[in-house]
Design a protein around this ligand. Structure first.
Ligand code: NAP
Length: 285
């Protein structure tokens, strides 16, 4: 029979069309959502992510401003720029594309962004608010995953969610959001002893490791809901996830593809956060 595929790309398109209408109404009230993206250095993957963000912003009508700085940019210069953007009332979202060059401390930069403009949801205040279930900017990839599950009316409450990967941007927060939705959550990582056993118990399996074919269909439970966050290039240069799609599809009840799954949702939630930020800035006056 095979799993139902959750096409993030289609859902993202639908959400972006709604956002486009919303932004056009906001503009009639003089509200122009603006996202400033800071890109440091020449990393091709970062350049391509930033391009995707700009393209999606253009489609929705969000004003996306890209500031490109050389790899040698000092931490101090970057902090001064962020301070300027924090003060700039026309800017609703500040996104510093990660990873940063080694001489810049990532956490220092994340913490310098005004939490009211933290559309990536990485600031400790945003993280703490998420942890305590308060309204805040949710980190975009985990937020996109929850939105995908909800779009299929998948019940999260009571399910055992197993997360493979515990990064600050994907693994940890997606587990927290699932916990907030009343799932029972298990985290697996590189030091987990009985990972196969735990994976087999997952009603919802989220894989965010960054290794091609890390999970194969025979490892998962019949009827599991599988979300593949991984983005890898295989030998022939093709984009693939962390899950062996063809075998997992035969066992799962739902599965997300790569490409066209979680990726497009991440950018969409960034736009959502930027629009929310513009609306609350306007409401505050
Ligand atoms: P990351 O920071 O490298 O974290 C990888 C996680 O996988 C770590 O927690 C690591 O465990 C765990 N891991 C590595 N080897 C393992 C093993 N053999 N067994 C169990 N766990 C293992 O990566 P990330 O930033 O979370 O990204 C993960 C993947 O998602 C990457 O492919 C990335 O490109 C992709 N991604 C996609 C999107 C999207 O929008 N589609 C967004 C973000 C990331 P330890 O903590 O113990 O080292």
């Amino acid at each position: 029979m095979g799993a139902e595929i959750i096409y993030g790309k289609e859902l993202a398109q639908e959400l972006r069309l709604n956002m486009k209408q919303e932004v056009s109404k906001l503009k009639e009230q003089g509200i122009i959502p603006k996202l400033t993206v800071i890109l440091i250095g020449e990393d091709p993957a970062s350049k391509s992510y930033v391009k995707g963000k700009q393209k999606a912003s253009d489609f929705v009508g969000v004003d996306a401003d890209l500031i490109e700085l050389p790899n040698e940019t000092s931490e101090q210069t970057l902090l001064e720029l962020i301070d300027k953007l924090n003060q700039d009332q026309t800017v609703n979202g500040i996104l510093v594309q990660l990873p940063l060059p080694k001489h810049i401390e990532e956490q220092t930069i994340i913490e310098a962004i005004d939490p009211s403009k933290d559309v990536d949801g990485f600031h400790p205040i945003s993280v703490g608010r998420m942890l305590t279930g308060k309204d805040t900017f949710l980190p975009c990839t985990p937020f996109g995953i929850i939105t995908m599950l909800k779009s299929k009316d998948i019940t999260i409450e009571g399910k055992h969610a197993v997360i493979v990967g515990r990064s600050n941007i994907v693994g940890k927060p997606v587990g927290q959001l699932l916990l907030n939705e009343n799932a029972t959550v298990t985290y697996c990582h590189s030091r987990t002893n009985n990972m196969d056993e735990l994976i087999k118990m997952a009603d919802i399996l989220i894989v965010a490791v960054g290794k091609e074919t890390f999970i194969h269909g025979d490892q998962i439970k019949e009827g599991a809901i599988v979300v593949d966050v991984g983005v890898n290039r295989n030998e022939s240069g093709k984009l693939v996830g962390d899950v062996h799609f063809d075998s997992a599809k035969e066992k799962a009840s739902y599965i997300t593809p790569v490409p066209g799954g979680v990726g497009p949702m991440t950018i969409t939630m960034l736009l959502h956060n930027t629009i929310q930020s513009a609306k609350s800035a306007h409401a505050k006056g």
